[in-house]
Structure formats: structure tokens, C-alpha cells
Design a protein around this ligand. Structure first.
Ligand code: AQP
Length: 332
């Protein structure tokens, strides 16, 4: 059976990019695939997290999954650290992956900042843990945003090397990235050339999944644009990253293509387009935010779902980690 695995870090400021690029895509896959969706708390601590905040944020991401329509009766929803098989496989894969491969990861270079000596070792080896997240379930498909493409390629390289090193061709299937489609790369509202991100210091750069309607409207109104009206053809967006991003967001939220959106709004200025986008965003996001608020207020309920999800995930991962240990030559 095809099996999907994906995760989101509980690091705060969950935004529209995380929703359109990842969480929203998880929902239909729970019907066509065996689905495992985790909250990757072990990834989160590769940079400092306040322990109390980490707990709250973990509940918040679980609430976002549920509010978006992930059904715990269909998909396993759990926090990564509750399934120790992730860490066990990560160690083995740390011994398979090569330093040179990790040295080429652009996300480490971005996140480590100027003084790489001060970055945690975990931040460097983060992509190996991500490979373990996927391979510990022999997941075949991984829905993620465009920024995770390089890490997915690395996971495939690690799986290939493991299979070669231990002489078992199909031991780990090579996971297929699912990146295509609208919303794979949502850009900052303040700069159409950098991606919408949790860690951007400007809150105006992102639409938060818990933002109230008036905040969403304000952020869209203040979004950076150019003075030209929207073009009627997609070619006309080529050198207009901010306009392209807003059209893309409208398309992703409405389920239309960029072409359809331009057919409707081509020739109109942002004075017309922005209020229409704000109305659409509020219509689509307010119910999710409301449900997230209701669920985060009932942390016991959410934590119960995470515990059940972890038990389901362990039932899948347990036998695979046993086989892996045997393949490596560990006494089990
Ligand atoms: N701007 C984006 N557009 C589309 N998809 C995105 N994702 C993130 N940003 C965008 C996707 O969301 C999923 C969860 O991301 P994550 O929490 O694991 O970590 P991240 O990629 O580090 O998220 P951020 O928001 O970009 O945080 P910072 O500021 O720390 O860099 C992933 O599938 C990701 O692709």
C-alpha cells in the first residue's frame, strides 16, 4: 500500500505557506493512502525552544491538523519524540550519510547564520533525522513545500546507499516527493522574492493560521505590490514577484488556476484585487482558526489523540526498525 508521511515543526507562527504547501495537501491523502502525520518536536529543538512553549506549540500544530480536516480515525497524528524508532533509525542513518552530502544542504547554511561554529550539531544532521522519519515507515510518498526538495533528494540518496551497503535492493523504497500544485511556494507579503516563513521578524510578512479576520485584512492591505494593474495573461507576472504571489494565493485558496484568476481580475488594480483576496482568505481561514482555538483550549483531548497516534505509528515502525537492526548486524 502506498504510505504517506509528513511533518510540521512546532516552532510557532504557523502560517498560510505551511497550510497551502503542506497541511492542506495531507487531507485528501488520508483517503487514498495509509497516512502518518507527525509534529516534529525533535526537529524543533535543533534551535533553542522554551520547553513550555514547545508543549503548547505541539498541541497547536495537532489542532491545526484536526481543524484542517485530518481525521484521527484515518491518519495517525503523533509527535515524533513519542516514537523512539525515529531516533534509533536516525543514528544508523547518520552512519550511512556522508559529511560532504550534508555540507551541501542550503537550509543549514541559511539557518546556521554567520557563525556556523555556534550552530547545534543537531541542526547540521537535521536532514538525516528527516530521512529517518520517512524511512522508518518505508513511506512511499512525502507531501511537502518546495523548500524541502533538497532534503527529500538526500533521503533518497541515504536510502540508496543503505540498500547498497547492506545488499538489500528494496530494503527501503525510495520516497517520492509530492511538491507540485498550487501553494508549493508561498512568498512573504513584504518581499516577493523570499518565502513566507515562521522565523521572519516581521509579522506583516505572513498570514498566521490563528490570525483574526481584521488582522488578515490588514496584512493583505499592507502587502507590498507595484502600481500596475493586474495583467490578463500569466506572462505579465514574470517580473512582478509580489503580484505573482498574491495571484497564486488567490488561486490556491479558491481552487482556480492562475489563468482563471487573471481572466477575472486582469486590468484591475490592487485597490480591487486586495479586498477580494482578503474576503476570500477570511472565508477560508476563519473557520480553521476558530476550530484551532476551540481545540487548543482542550489540550487533554488533543494529547489523547497524539498518544493514540503514536501507538499506531509504533506498530508500523517497530518491525521495520527490528529488520533494520538485523540488516546492520546488531543482535536483536
Ligand atoms: N512559504 C511556504 N510555502 C509553501 N510551503 C511551505 N512550507 C514552509 N514554508 C512554506 C512547508 O510547510 C511544511 C512545514 O514546515 P516546517 O514547519 O517543517 O518548517 P520550515 O520549512 O522551516 O517552515 P518555515 O515556516 O519556513 O520556518 P522557518 O522560518 O524556520 O524557515 C513543510 O512541508 C514546508 O515545506
Amino acid at each position: 500500500t502506498p504510505r504517506v508521511l509528513s511533518g510540521v515543526q512546532p516552532t510557532g507562527n504557523l502560517h498560510l505557506g505551511n497550510y497551502l504547501g503542506a497541511i492542506r495537501k495531507f487531507v485528501p491523502l488520508q483517503d487514498s493512502h495509509e497516512a502518518l502525520y507527525c509534529i516534529v518536536d525533535m526537529h524543533a529543538i535543533t534551535v533553542w525552544q522554551d520547553p513550555k512553549e514547545l508543549r503548547n506549540q505541539t498541541v497547536q500544530i495537532a489542532a491545526a491538523y484536526l481543524a484542517a480536516g485530518i481525521d484521527p480515525a484515518k491518519a495517525a497524528i503523533f509527535n515524533q519524540s513519542a516514537v523512539p524508532e525515529h531516533a534509533q533509525l536516525a543514528w544508523i542513518l547518520n552512519c550511512v550519510a556522508r559529511m560532504g552530502w550534508l555540507n551541501r544542504m542550503t537550509q543549514f547554511k541559511d539557518k546556521a547564520g554567520k557563525d556556523k561554529e555556534k550552530a547545534s550539531v543537531g541542526l547540521f544532521t537535521y536532514p538525516v533525522l528527516m530521512a529517518a522519519d520517512i524511512l522508518v515507515y518505508r513511506a512511499t510518498h512525502v507531501p511537502v513545500g518546495d523548500d524541502q526538495k533538497q532534503h527529500l533528494e538526500l533521503a533518497r540518496d541515504i536510502a540508496t546507499k543503505f540498500n547498497n551497503d547492506f545488499g538489500a535492493e528494496d530494503f527501503f523504497p525510495l520516497p517520492e516527493p509530492m511538491i507540485q500544485g498550487p501553494g508549493a511556494r508561498i512568498m512573504s507579503l513584504r518581499d516577493g522574492t523570499s518565502k513566507m516563513s515562521k522565523s521572519d521578524p516581521s509579522d506583516l510578512s505572513r498570514i498566521g493560521m490563528m490570525d483574526y479576520a481584521d488582522t488578515i485584512s490588514k496584512k493583505i492591505k499592507k502587502a507590498k505590490t507595484d502600481p500596475e494593474p493586474l495583467p490578463s495573461e500569466k506572462d505579465g507576472l514574470a517580473d512582478r514577484p509580489e503580484a505573482k504571489n498574491l495571484v497564486g494565493i488567490y488561486a490556491a485558496l479558491s481552487g482556480k488556476s492562475d489563468e482563471d484568476v487573471l481572466a477575472e481580475f486582469g486590468g484591475q488594480g490592487f485597490g480591487v484585487f486586495k479586498p477580494a483576496l482578503a474576503e476570500l482568505a477570511v472565508e477560508k481561514l476563519a473557520p480553521i482558526a476558530g476550530e484551532m482555538r476551540r481545540l487548543t483550549a482542550d489540550a487533554d483531548y488533543v494529547e489523547g489523540i497524539l498518544r493514540d497516534g503514536a501507538a499506531k505509528a509504533r506498530a508500523v515502525a517497530g518491525p521495520i526498525i527490528e529488520e533494520t537492526k538485523k540488516a546492520v548486524g546488531f543482535l536483536v
